[in-house]
Ligand binder design. Sequence first.
Ligand code: TRP
Ligand code: SF4
Length: 359
Amino acid sequence: MPPGNHLMSDAPTPAPAGSPDKKPREPKRVVSGMRPTGKLHLGHLHGAIKNWIAISQKAECFFFSADWHALTSDYADPSKIEANTRDMFADWIAAGLDPERSTLFIQSRVKQHAELYLLLGMIAPLGWLERVPTYKEQQENLREKDLNTHGFLGYPVLQTADVALYGADAVPVGQDQVSHLELAREIVRRFNFFYGNVDKGQKPVLVEPQPFLTEVPKIIGLDGRKMSKSYQNAIELGEDPVSARARLMKAVTDPARVRRTDPGNPEVCGIWYLHKAYSPPALQEQINAECRSAAIGCVDCKKKLLDNLIPELEKPRARRAERDQNPARLDELVQLGTKKAQTVAEATMQGVRDAMKLG
Ligand code: TRP
Ligand code: SF4
């Protein structure tokens, strides 16, 4: 029975014998993308970009703007996507990602993503797609948008194409993307089963992507919810210090700490998680103890955080200003990156077309 033949069985496909799911410790080739939603905030920085920067010291990396993915929810108004892509690239670099070392490109400029997406769409069982947790969740969270579209359902199929095209052995993603990656592996296995002659001992046509998860510090928005641009509770990377200071001084802390004399619980406070990301360990220990004993008040606690946070916002701000002086250089790098991505993606597609007798 073909893997995941949903007419007969709804069970996920077991990994083929002889190819256990080993996680490579030292990835050689890495691919990851991000939807261009505008300026980056500290959630993106700690949740993804810092990982990208670390991994790009060791592996060959492809990082792209998932502008087609942005269209799955913003199809009615695509006017900001292009500018957002430039802003996003500029912020990646401002955060410290070296654009000469990693390959940066734009998804929609590499048409092979569309071709592989179409072909994978032929074999992706509807049941698998409907069961991805983010599918229903997002439809409920973004009620103001009609996400009852073919494109939105196909989001993870496009994501599968994104990673499979580069034969990457690792995909650095946040916890929220793990279900997408799992599905990508299922689809790739199903593809290899149909067209890969894996049973005849041949090398699979597409490489099963492995998620690459690392510990990331938790970052909470200024209102206590998940940090997100759409909640307006985010601190932007390189935000103007005056504004960052003012917004942070008004941020929600432990909601149970009503009076200065009430002991606090750092675990429920966003300021604490920022201390964990930005303050030296000795200060962290002090805050942790003094918050719990009410020896320190939230105002002082925030001021101490700002002493450590503001200089870290200044760095990307300065780099960003420098980059903005030379936008042509960024365009040039992205063009080069796109060419390189096209070459790699086309080589994969040749194998895919041959395997599917479309060559
Ligand atoms: N879904 C990802 C996000 O916005 C973006 C994305 C698209 C991606 N294709 C990808 C991430 C491939 C990793 C690999 O969060
Ligand atoms: Fe949060 Fe600091 Fe106040 Fe404790 S003292 S609740 S960690 S802001």
